[in-house]
Write a protein that binds this ligand. Structure first.
Ligand SMILES: *Cc1c(COP(=O)(O)O)cnc(C)c1O
Length: 393
């Protein structure tokens, strides 16, 4: 059986590591070398032309980085993968490599903050037309794609309100007009959702989050159709937004436990969300695993688990949310998500800090919303911690 046909937990451990990178080393070494040396010019030339094995220069490729890319490639069921210094480097290089002046892009209003800024501030300046559709209006998304576009950019579940987009439906609409579909799969991870199997052409991740999983390294990765990956890789060789070997080592080490972590975090998030939804001091809970989520049926169809992140609004104003956050003992009050430690924070101070309260309201983000990214702690301990925080606030 080929490795690509095995289960994700097996792929995460072995992909890129079937043969040791360094003779006899059971684990992938951190290859801290900017350049790579050859015994003669012929073998050097062969490597440079991609006709022989080997690396040339770490801005382009590096052995440690290649192991990380291979794991993500097989986990996402992709033809090819390439990596970046951060998630935003992955997203920006992808969009800038694939779009030209005069092209039209369709996306959703709930994209990650940095991604939204590319759509609202940078692409229009380059003469790219951007149409952002309300994330919860799947008919409007179909219609916007149907008018024709070069690229459809999606994210599901979204940050911080966990809205869900029907990927198979949107990808089919994109294919019908010859558009490329790109999906940010950061929140779901390939353990819970495989956009390529649902018809997307490319899948992008902030590896800083669940893929690395330990909140100690930044990175980004893009996987999918080989022709498109080649185009983006070529662009990244020039922009130099490459992942470095040390971060790649931390990320590939984290990846080995991706399945263990994400399954546990998804189970915990479901338990915490269900508990919060019955709490008298909680106004609303956003989590696609709850039956009352408006797109629970779509989520249940396209996801294996519902992910480790949820958000909830406490009754009251921003001060009420601040009081609850201030009392949490088993959560870092911090940005980011997907770590082994629980992380919690208000979107009003993190992802949507630059919005006015009115803009947040229009996006359906209450001022008293708390985003809560479950770590791998025991669910009962997290629930006890939330209980004392809500009771005392
Ligand atoms: C964090 C995040 C990004 C950006 O990734 P960085 O590694 O911080 O650059 C993009 N998309 C989503 C959904 C994210 O959560």
């Amino acid at each position: 059986m080929e490795l690509k046909d095995r289960r994700p937990e097996t792929i995460a451990v072995w992909a890129g590591e079937e043969r040791p990178v360094a003779a006899g080393a059971a684990q992938t070494p951190i290859v801290h070398s900017a350049t790579f040396s050859y015994p003669d010019v012929d073998s050097w030339l062969a490597a440079a032309l991609g006709e022989g094995p080997g690396h040339i220069y770490s801005r382009n490729t590096n052995p440690t980085v290649a192991v990380f890319e291979e794991k993500v490639r097989l986990l996402e069921g992709a033809q090819a993968a390439t990596s970046f210094a951060t998630g935003m480097a992955a997203i920006s290089n992808t969009l800038f490599a694939l779009l030209n002046t005069g092209d039209r892009v369709v996306s959703i209003t709930d994209s990650y903050g940095g991604t939204s800024k590319i759509f609202l501030e940078i692409l229009p300046r380059m003469g790219v037309e951007v149409e952002l559709v309300r994330t919860d209006d799947l008919d409007a998304l179909d219609a916007a794609i149907g008018e024709g576009c070069r690229l459809v950019y999606l994210e599901t579940p979204t940050n911080p309100t966990l809205k869900v987009v029907d990927l198979a439906r949107a990808a089919a609409a994109a294919r019908a007009v010859g558009a490329i579909t790109v999906v940010d799969n950061t929140f779901a991870t390939p353990i819970n959702q495989q956009p390529l199997a649902l018809g997307a052409d490319l899948v992008v991740h902030s590896a800083t989050k669940f893929l690395g999983g330990h909140d100690d390294a930044m990175g980004g990765v893009l996987a999918g159709r080989a022709d498109l990956i080649r185009q983006v890789f070529h662009y990244r060789e020039i922009t130099g937004a490459s992942l470095d070997a040390f971060s790649a080592y931390l990320l590939l080490r984290g990846l080995k436990t991706l399945d263990l972590r994400v399954r546990r975090q998804s189970e915990t998030a479901l338990a915490v969300a269900s508990w919060l939804s019955r709490h008298p001091r909680v106004e609303t809970v956003c989590y696609p695993g709850l039956a009352q989520h408006p797109n629970h049926d779509v989520a249940a169809r396209q996801m294996r688990g519902f992910g480790g992140v949820l958000s909830f609004a406490v009754k009251g104003d921003f001060d009420a949310a601040k009081r609850v956050l201030g009392r949490l003992k088993l959560a870092h009050r911090a940005a980011s998500l997907g770590s082994v430690n629980t992380l919690a924070g208000p979107p009003a101070a993190t992802s949507h800090v630059e919005c006015t309260p009115e803009q947040r309201a229009r996006l359906g983000i209450p001022e008293a919303l708390i985003r809560y990214s479950c770590g791998v702690e025991a669910a009962e301990d997290l629930i006890q911690d939330l209980d004392q925080a809500l009771a005392g606030a």
